[in-house]
Design a protein around this ligand. Structure first.
Ligand SMILES: O=c1ccn([C@@H]2O[C@H](COP(=O)(O)O)[C@@H](O)[C@H]2O)c(=O)[nH]1
Length: 292
């Protein structure tokens, strides 16, 4: 790379300093009401800023769910820009949960929007879909690597409806016989391993999304294989509100556990503005205690 600190290195540093909790910024209408805020662009901005205040100095990572800002159109995007900038200024790693995907030339424009240094939506990483083939997002993977940014590619998502598609078996591919989810994980791990100095890096910059509610074995993901080198970052929603328990982290992820980012939104945000900071501290401790 060009002297830029890689996203993987920054993520590894955040794990060491703050643990692996990622606080979701999901201003659902019901939560805005509970927090005494309007369901408006101003309301989602204020919600986001309060979450940042609670997370900064207590956790290392936040994940704004862009859909809740997008509901409010252009004004919602302005609110999001402010939230992204404040979070990054506070030293938090920001994963924009945007789940974009398209043919290569178009998806690269999404990469430019969310990952280009200086962009008004600049984030540290974004979620992305490889439904159009892992090759379709190669330019964004290259862009992320070049700019010290990260990506999380949807592989085995936490929603139950995903299983049929994500467990489907590939044909006419060098990974013939792998499931879709397995092939995405293997492809991403291989991408990280092929980077210059890969073996000296603690963590890759391109990760995957593997829901904590998923039985990974039956999805075609081997959680007993040797860990990838560098470590594969795994964005793990599904803890808390969706039912998975952080005490089961090692059992769920096995040899992938070292790269797991525990992402929780409603289970923390439901504590309200007065209880959020304490809930974050408690969860960081619980996750630390759960790891063997
Ligand atoms: O597989 C996935 C991918 C993304 N998500 C997102 O994570 C949060 C989860 O919110 P909770 O309140 O902790 O359930 C939300 O923004 C989802 O869009 C996911 O749940 N599963």
């Amino acid at each position: 790379m060009n002297g830029t600190v890689s996203f993987g290195e920054r993520l590894h540093g955040a794990f060491a300093a703050w643990g692996r909790l990622c606080v979701g910024i999901d201003p659902h209408a019901s939560l805005l009401d509970r927090w005494g805020l309007d369901d408006s662009a101003g309301g989602v901005r204020e919600f986001g800023l309060r979450v940042i205040d609670a997370a900064a100095g207590r956790a290392g990572i936040v994940k704004p769910q862009v859909a809740f800002f997008e509901r409010h159109g252009a004004a919602g995007y302005l609110a999001l820009e402010r939230v992204l900038a404040e979070a990054r200024d506070a030293g938090l790693i920001v994963i924009a949960d945007v789940k974009r995907g398209d043919i290569g030339t178009s998806v690269d424009a999404y990469g430019e929007a969310w990952l280009r240094p200086g962009s008004s939506l600049e984030s540290d990483a974004m979620t992305i879909s490889a439904f159009q083939g892992l090759g379709s997002i190669e330019s964004v993977m290259r862009r992320a690597d070049g700019a010290g940014k990260g990506l999380f590619v949807l592989a085995a998502t936490s929603n139950p409806e995903a299983a049929a598609i994500q467990r489907a078996v590939l044909q006419q591919s060098s990974r013939e016989g792998d499931t879709v989810a397995g092939a995405i994980c293997a492809g991403v791990a291989a991408w990280n391993a092929a980077r210059e100095d890969a073996t000296d890096r603690p963590m890759g910059s391109i990760g995957v999304v593997l829901g904590a509610t998923v039985d990974l074995g039956s999805t075609g993901i081997d959680t007993s294989a040797d860990p990838a080198v560098p470590t594969l970052p795994v964005l793990a929603p599904g803890f808390g509100h969706q039912g998975a328990d952080v005490r089961d982290l090692d059992a769920i992820y096995g040899s992938l556990a070292a790269g797991v980012i525990v992402s929780e939104s409603r289970s923390l945000l439901g504590e309200g503005p007065d209880g959020l900071a304490e809930a974050i501290v408690r969860r960081v401790d619980e996750i630390g205690a759960a790891r063997v």
